[in-house]
Design a protein around this ligand. Structure first.
Ligand SMILES: CC(C)=CCC/C(C)=C/CC/C(C)=C/CC/C(C)=C/[C@@H]1[C@@H](COP(=O)(O)OP(=O)(O)O)[C@]1(C)CC/C=C(\C)CC/C=C(\C)CCC=C(C)C
Ligand SMILES: Nc1ncnc2c1ncn2[C@@H]1O[C@H](COP(=O)(O)OP(=O)(O)OP(=O)(O)O)[C@@H](O)[C@H]1O
Ligand SMILES: [Mn+2]
Length: 310
């Protein structure tokens, strides 16, 4: 039988360097603030975050991007097989090459959070309502808490701080729950910001049990009614989300020192979106709550102080 040369059978993949550059471009395009924050980290960590960001973004695009209408459960099945292949050391496309390298450099990086994120995207295919906060919380863990786990494996934990002299034989504090909390708080914030946009796609992420509790109906939500019942409902959601940010805050000082400023900055920027929603009198239907670049810049010195003293 005719033997084809390798070059004709298989497309040659990008070099490791080029693959990281592709991931960097994705992150710089979609998450400017995050991207700038990564510049404060060491070269290896920064490149690893780019690779993970690119994978997360691609996963999200499957159900949220322009081609999402074509995505079926089989698409996600194939994407998961590609993930298994990457963790086995076999990249399938150019961007995978960077992730394979990252996995080799950071042995703490576990495949499970990646699988869990795909499971979260699967929920988006099947569900457009959440009955309880517990169900919503599971969704938030899967699509965003997982990002906290992946990032912590890269940023690393500061062993010097976690083991004082008199604690030598104790295991250092592991800020995994706080990292998950930050992802969940961020996702809940996005949900509150995007209520209107999601409603236009027929989706309600707010727990239906909360709608009932505040006597606010799905019909009102689809009509974008802002009344006192809505404001109360939103106050309740914002308060709950702030409590989760507060849990996350207690974990930042256990991260390695070059990661604390980026994480404080990210945490403060996200949580400010909640204050913008309040300032907009809880109207998330007709205006989008966003934090201006100016305001993000102004919080940097405070984030820096916290990263130094907390
Ligand atoms: C260093 C650092 C702060 C970085 C993490 C960067 C990273 C790998 C991000 C991946 C984000 C991503 C594309 C996820 C896919 C699923 C998804 C879309 C989730 C939602 C993100 C959307 O954010 P964005 O502002 O871009 O929204 P828009 O698309 O503009 O509408 C999420 C809401 C998830 C974001 C979750 C995190 C960034 C987790 C943060 C937690 C940590 C960094 C752990 C910190 C550790 C401790 C101990 C507190
Ligand atoms: N000044 C603005 N005017 C109008 N829409 C904006 C403005 N700033 C941001 N947005 C919209 O809100 C989205 C989310 O903004 P966000 O604050 O998350 O910025 P970003 O560029 O995604 O960076 P990051 O999420 O890392 O802060 C943007 O992608 C954009 O669509
Ligand atoms: Mn963004």
């Amino acid at each position: 039988m005719l033997q084809l040369p390798d070059s004709l059978c298989m497309k040659k993949l990008a070099s490791v360097e080029d693959a990281y550059q592709l991931c960097r471009q994705i992150m710089a395009k979609y998450a400017k603030t995050f991207y700038l924050a990564t510049l404060l980290m060491s070269e290896e960590k920064r490149r690893a975050i780019w690779a993970i960001y690119a994978w997360c973004r691609r996963t999200d695009e499957l159900v949220d991007g322009p081609a999402a209408a074509m995505t079926t459960p089989e698409t996600l099945e194939l994407w998961e097989q590609q993930l298994e292949s990457v963790f086995a050391g076999h990249p399938v496309d150019d961007m995978d090459v960077a992730l394979v390298d990252t996995i080799q450099q950071f042995p703490d990086l576990d495949i499970q959070p990646f699988r869990d994120m795909i499971a979260g995207q699967r929920m988006d295919l099947y569900r457009s309502r959440y009955e309880t906060f517990e169900q919503l919380n599971l969704y938030c863990y899967r699509v965003a808490g997982t990002v906290g786990l992946m990032s912590t494996a890269i940023m690393g934990i500061e062993t010097a701080k976690t083991t004082a002299a008199w604690q030598q034989n104790q295991t250092p504090h592991d800020p995994t729950p706080e990292a998950i909390a930050l992802g969940i708080a961020k996702q809940l914030t996005n949900i509150l910001r995007d209520v209107g946009e999601d409603a236009r796609r027929g989706r309600i992420y707010l727990p239906l049990e909360d709608l009932k509790r505040f006597d606010y109906s799905e019909e009102e939500l689809f009509q974008g009614v802002v009344n006192d019942r809505w404001r109360e409902l939103m106050r309740f959601q914002i308060e709950r989300t702030r409590q989760i940010y507060a849990q996350a805050e207690t974990g930042v000082s256990y991260l390695s020192s070059d990661a604390r400023l980026p994480v404080w900055a990210a945490l403060m920027h996200y949580s400010q979106i909640l204050s913008v929603i309040e300032r907009n009198d809880y109207d998330v239907f007709r205006q989008r709550a966003y934090v201006t670049q100016m305001r993000k810049l102004r919080t940097l010195p405070i984030a820096w102080l916290r990263s130094q003293v907390l």
